[in-house]
Ligand binder design. Structure first.
Ligand SMILES: CC(C)(COP(=O)(O)OP(=O)(O)OC[C@H]1O[C@@H](n2cnc3c(N)ncnc32)[C@H](O)[C@@H]1OP(=O)(O)O)[C@@H](O)C(=O)NCCC(=O)NCCSC(=O)C[C@H](O)C(=O)O
Ligand SMILES: [Mg+2]
Length: 284
């Protein structure tokens, strides 16, 4: 069920803010999370639902993936959000604070066949990541690193050492079940250097992209999560070299002093496909 679309930049937009909802129509993001949860005050929850329904009915979001984050089903708004979201024509519905597959069962009982995504941001969610990722309606995981840090009572560190166990468990669960997985937000939205470092760490770890809170974070993130020219060049040379040795009956090529086997060629082909998908996305 792996998604073949780019998910480098996944921008949260408070569903209560018409100006931000409009601005996103022109931003080069791969996906949008229309947020009814934490970015919306209790007083605005009901009206935000209507504002979002209007914005989505109006359209204009192009090829960007449209994900609606509802409130938890244990809140006063969750069930109504879920019913409304199922009718808004989004690509997925995102449930916050998923701690077990039963949370997704409860949502699916309301939303029927709609594809689901899960926020991974509780200690129980980390421990149950494999069972959550196996849910038949689930297509993607979003790391909620702010909530996770709060629950774990960690202190913020640039290397995110206190979060690594949780990030790793969720990555393993997503990969084992062919799900998309995007990293948590970087709160200091004016700090491009810190964001670039965190993106690089996330990409090295295997995330498909990063969630964002402000338009100023989009370009840094898209660049960090796109294959570079050097990576594309190496991938092409690996494919060519392997094709050549294979034609002569051998199974191992050497490129830049490193061996290239079948599995490396698979990775290289995936990287080229990713670059092509990004180019197609840019063309709209
Ligand atoms: C962080 C902000 C409150 C800053 O808002 P503001 O001061 O209005 O920013 P700017 O004046 O710099 O905005 C410039 C223009 O950009 C538009 N804008 C701002 N943010 C967004 C956005 N997210 N999407 C689209 N457009 C946006 C403004 O409207 C301005 O437009 P214009 O006037 O036309 O030039 C604000 O950025 C914000 O609210 N961000 C979202 C915060 C949010 O979504 N939080 C919840 C998600 S994070 C989370 O929950 C993580 C997870 O659950 C966890 O546990 O980790
Ligand atoms: Mg959260």
């Amino acid at each position: 069920m792996s998604l073949d679309r780019p998910l480098r930049s996944v921008l949260y937009i408070p569903a209560s803010k018409p100006r931000a909802l409009d601005k996103a129509r022109g931003l080069p993001v791969d996906a949008i999370i229309f947020d009814l949860e934490d970015a919306v005050t209790a007083e605005e929850k009901e009206t935000a639902r209507g504002t979002l329904a209007e914005a989505l009915a109006q359209g204009g979001y192009g090829a960007r993936m449209k994900i609606i984050r509802i409130n938890g089903l244990d809140t006063a708004w969750g069930a109504d959000d879920a019913r409304a979201a199922a009718d808004m024509g989004a690509d997925a519905i995102l449930l916050p604070k998923v701690s077990s597959p039963a949370d997704l069962d409860a949502l699916a009982a309301i939303t029927g066949d709609a594809p689901l995504w899960a926020m991974m941001e509780t200690p129980a969610g980390m421990l149950n990541a494999a069972a959550i990722a196996a849910h038949p309606k689930l297509q993607g995981l979003v790391m909620g690193t702010n909530d996770l840090a709060k629950e774990l009572n960690t202190r913020a560190r640039a290397d995110r050492l206190p979060l690594q166990a949780g990030l790793g468990l969720c990555l393993l669960a997503a990969k084992a079940h062919g799900l998309a997985i995007v990293d948590g937000v970087y709160n200091a939205f004016k700090d491009d250097e810190g964001l670039a470092l965190e993106c690089e760490q996330g990409r090295d770890m295997g995330f498909d992209g990063k969630t964002l809170i402000h338009p100023a974070q989009v370009d840094v993130t898209n660049t960090a999560y796109s294959p570079s020219e050097a990576e594309i060049d190496t991938a092409r040379r690996q494919i060519e070299a392997f094709d050549a040795v294979e034609a002569s009956g051998q199974g191992v090529a050497v490129v830049d002093g490193k061996i290239v086997e079948n599995l490396h060629v698979e990775t290289a082909r995936k990287l080229i496909a990713q670059a092509e998908a990004i180019a197609a996305m840019a063309e709209g």
